[in-house]
Design a protein around this ligand. Structure first.
Ligand code: DGL
Length: 268
């Protein structure tokens, strides 16, 4: 049985979800969190939907059965795009994805109603963003673009080399003459590349991450469902990786800029 002091489970294919985790920890520091980075099986982006659903179910089941989480945040756009409905139908605890919060955040900054979204091949081809933007405002002019290769750079801890810059120039070229005023980073790995992306598409385009809005959604649910932690102390932080835990700690610290003291092994 879960109670108010049970942790929140958060997962991604690797480091990307740390951007969401950080926003959740900053907004609700007294909530305990369990983070699983499925580094061994990244990238999810080029995989088939069935396989991603299988991974997402496996991880969610482990978070529930092994760590007794009270809520799950799917801190991965690819898994949110293809697996969220399945997870919601299988498990009784609240499951939060990153797509709806990302769209909400973008709608609040665009003035031109012409926006871009970038993500993995599976996320973009799923059409999940098109559907969600249409639901919010059918007049929105959406430019969706897959950016294969970005995730691999982040997983290697490389966010600013000449190589990643060259890749960004090539992938983002279609945005150079488009009229967008906001670009939604529709992959939780991409905020780590924000400087490079902004250099390429220009400072006048606002980059939007789903992290903060997802943390607000988690906060809203905690209050609405009466599930917020009752502890006055800082929550416990558990980090797990299906890959090499030492490597996860090293690169995770570099990306997040804060202490990831210990990383445990998570096995599918
Ligand atoms: N962070 C995941 C996302 O938001 C990356 C997916 C991948 O591993 O390709 O889509």
């Amino acid at each position: 049985m879960t109670d108010n002091n049970s942790p929140i489970g958060i997962f991604d294919s690797g480091f990307g979800g740390l951007t969401v985790l950080k926003a959740i920890n900053d907004l609700n520091p007294n909530e305990s969190t369990v983070y699983i980075g499925d580094s061994k099986r990244y990238p999810y982006g080029p995989r088939k939907a069935d396989e991603i659903i299988k991974f997402a179910v496996e991880i969610s089941r482990s978070l529930i059965e092994d760590y007794n989480v009270k809520m799950i945040v799917v801190a991965c756009n690819t898994a949110s795009a293809v697996a969220l409905e399945e997870l919601k139908s299988l498990f009784e605890i609240p499951i939060v994805g990153v797509i709806v919060p990302g769209v909400k955040a973008t709608m609040s900054v665009t003035k031109l109603k012409s926006v871009g979204v970038i993500g993995t091949v599976t996320t973009i081809s799923s059409g999940a963003y098109q559907v969600e933007f249409d639901l919010k405002d059918s007049d929105i002019d959406l430019h969706a673009l897959a950016c294969p290769g970005f995730v691999e750079f982040v997983e290697r801890g490389d966010t600013s080399s000449d190589q990643v810059h060259v890749l960004a120039e090539r992938l983002l070229a279609p945005f150079k003459n488009s009229p967008i005023d906001a670009l939604l980073l529709g992959c939780t790995h991409y905020p780590f590349l924000a400087r490079t992306i902004s250099d390429v598409i220009g400072r006048d385009v606002v980059l939007v991450s789903s992290a903060d809005e997802t943390a607000f959604e988690v906060d809203r649910l905690l209050k609405e469902e009466n599930m917020a932690s009752l502890s006055l102390e800082e929550g416990q932080r558990i980090y797990l990786s299906s890959g090499d835990p030492d490597e996860f700690a090293k690169i995770g610290r570099r990306l997040l800029g804060e202490a990831i003291n210990k990383v445990g092994v998570w096995q599918p």
